[in-house]
Design a protein around this ligand. Structure first.
Ligand code: ADP
Length: 563
């Protein structure tokens, strides 16, 4: 049992392929987390880095509280299950499962007990005497799982374990692996390119594309609140329909108007309440799932071009809104629709998804980095003093205060208090996201299980550690902890013999230092160094680089002792 933490993990293969970029993620203890994305997006590489089968270019990985970057795979106490089961062909099922325990020189009775217990969980007790040759694909997969279970690892890592099985068996094994997770209550990390596997198995899903984590959330939240166009169109079949157009002001209302102006929809106010009034007209995409388009007399006229009957569901294809692709509507009601029929279609406005055309990000639920002008931030003298202690740069009137974390509705002792007025709300799975405007005018989103009504005043709290100063270029200028020594600017030089630090004025007492902590503040990284012999502590601010990681050894020029 263990949580797994990835901090700014990057993998660049020899030859320069950047397989994973700056991945940060916390996998909870006992969680079933699924990595999904198209082929080549970096899922397997991420899994292999957790397993220790692939070296990490930069960043840190922790399993439990152990920093595992430098640990061999065998010392990480995890079990990996592959699509090719890698069973020993000459050994019986029992021996295959017992093998790792024998290698650990476990007692005979212990081996017997663990193998039988695992076999019982998997329902393969009657197969223990057979060899892998005498098993079906599904049974072999179970033996491979059994071999992992007997080791009682703190986490199971699965790399597309079902892709060799036929469709029917895949569905059955999917359910079995989910059940196994419930039975043994251990962290599962599972990689697949199959969105159905991801949606049905994961407690949470990590969607990846081009080496970048796109979004991490529960299956339903990803489906209902995709953070960008990629996630919106990757999950769900048939795909979400995406219309290109502009959001314009019409009196008090905001409307989405498609490029050919045939689709014109008033947007519910709450969808856009995080945007300032001066962004319109705003080029945007509107997304709507096939099941959220209804046949309704008040809708847009279209002509049915194709009807696909799939049993319980009928898909109706037509052209709308200047899209080259078909727009698809799905119906579960019985119908007699046919090609050539003229119908009217209405979009369910509570199910619209709006994306910024430039960034392709969701306009309504991208939780923004909250930023307040220094003068408007309403920090008390005490709070300012606290923040000043973490300051590693210089405050100017153009500096801002950043809030880089969620706010809470429960009072946090010593935390900063915001007073907000509720402007709107959105359903977000089992919880609601509310949007409150604070006294300085910024909108602060927060998640709560409690019910609030529009206009209600609410106090929100944030831990002072989550407030930071940033300079006018939005680069953070506060460290995570109090800074008790001076911070010096310096530059790093990565050479084959090691990493060298240069600074104009030398402050070091010896030559070799170790990076105790590296805190990324945007373009700059703050290095906490400690001398190998003298334990002298030094702080340096350097240009950020993928090659910086905690524990990086750093060499310096020797300082001449001043006379
Ligand atoms: P996925 O599991 O999502 O299909 P991978 O993690 O296997 O993706 O690969 C991510 C990227 O890294 C791909 O572009 C792939 O070609 C590349 N890659 C994977 N393994 C290696 C390797 N050993 N050497 C060089 N490039 C690799």
């Amino acid at each position: 049992m263990a949580r797994i933490r990835l901090e700014n993990v990057t993998k660049v293969y020899k030859g320069g392929v950047r397989a994973v970029s700056d991945a940060s993620l916390e996998i909870h203890d006992k969680e079933f987390i699924v990595f999904v994305g198209p082929s080549g997006c970096g899922k397997s590489t991420t899994l292999r880095m957790i397993a220790g089968l692939e070296e990490i270019t930069s960043g840190n990985i922790f399993i439990g509280d152990t920093y595992v970057n430098d640990l061999e795979p065998k010392d990480r106490n995890i079990a990996m299950v592959f699509q090719n089961y890698a069973l020993y062909p000459h050994m019986s099922v029992y021996e295959n499962m017992a093998y790792s325990l024998r290698c650990q020189k476990a007692k005979k009775e212990v081996i017997e007990e663990k193998v039988h217990k695992a076999a019982a969980i998997l329902g393969i007790e009657n197969l223990l005497k057979r060899t892998p040759r005498e098993l079906s694909g599904g049974q072999r997969q179970r033996v491979a799982l059994g071999r992992a279970i007997v080791r009682e690892p703190s986490a199971f890592l699965f790399d597309e374990p079902l892709s060799n099985l036929d469709a029917k068996l895949r569905v059955a094994m999917r359910a079995e692996i989910s059940k196994l997770h419930q039975d043994i209550q251990t962290t599962f990390v599972y990689v697949t390119h199959d969105q159905t596997e991801a949606m049905t198995m994961g407690d949470r899903i990590v969607v990846m594309k081009d080496g970048l984590i796109q979004q991490v959330d529960t299956p339903m939240n990803l489906y209902d609140h995709p953070g960008n166009i990629f996630v919106a169109t990757f999950l769900g079949s048939p795909q979400m329909n995406i219309f290109e157009g502009t959001i314009v002001k019409k009196g008090e209302e905001k409307h989405f108007v498609s490029i050919d102006e045939s689709v014109d929809i008033a947007i519910p106010e709450v969808e856009l309440c995080q945007l300032s009034e001066d962004v319109y007209p705003l080029e945007a995409y509107l997304g709507i799932r096939p099941s959220d388009i209804k046949i309704d007399e008040s809708g847009f006229p279209v002509e049915v071009e194709l009807v696909e009957r799939l049993g319980e569901q009928t898909l109706i294809y037509f052209h709308l809104g200047g899209r080259k692709e078909f727009t698809i509507l799905s119906l579960v009601e019985p119908n007699a629709l046919a090609k050539g029929d003229k119908i009217k279609v209405r979009f369910d406005v509570s199910k619209l998804h709006l994306f910024d055309k430039k960034t392709e990000r969701n306009l309504s639920n991208a939780i923004p980095l909250i930023e307040m002008e220094l003068g408007k931030a309403k920090l008390s003298e005490e709070e300012k003093a606290q923040l000043d202690k973490r300051l590693i740069g210089h405050l100017t009137p153009k500096s801002v205060v950043f809030l880089a974390s969620e706010v809470k509705t429960e009072e946090i002792k010593g935390g900063h208090r915001f007073e907000v007025k509720i402007e709107g709300e959105k359903d977000y799975g089992d919880k609601k996201t509310y949007y409150g405007r604070d006294t300085s005018g910024i909108i602060i989103p927060f998640v709560s299980e409690k019910a609030y009504r529009k206009g209600q005043k609410v106090d929100l709290f944030v831990d002072l550690d989550n407030l930071n100063y940033a300079d006018e270029e939005k680069q953070r200028i506060t460290d995570d902890v109090e800074v008790d020594t001076t911070v010096y600017p310096a530059s790093l030089d990565f050479r084959p013999r090691g990493c060298f630090l240069t600074e104009d004025e030398l402050h070091n007492d010896e030559k070799a230092y170790k990076t105790v902590k590296a805190i990324r503040l945007g373009k700059k990284t703050l290095l906490h160094l400690e001398g190998a012999e003298t334990h002298q502590k030094l702080l340096y601010l350097v240009e950020s680089s993928d090659l910086i990681y905690a524990s990086l050894p750093i060499y310096m020029r020797k300082r001449r002792k001043s006379k």
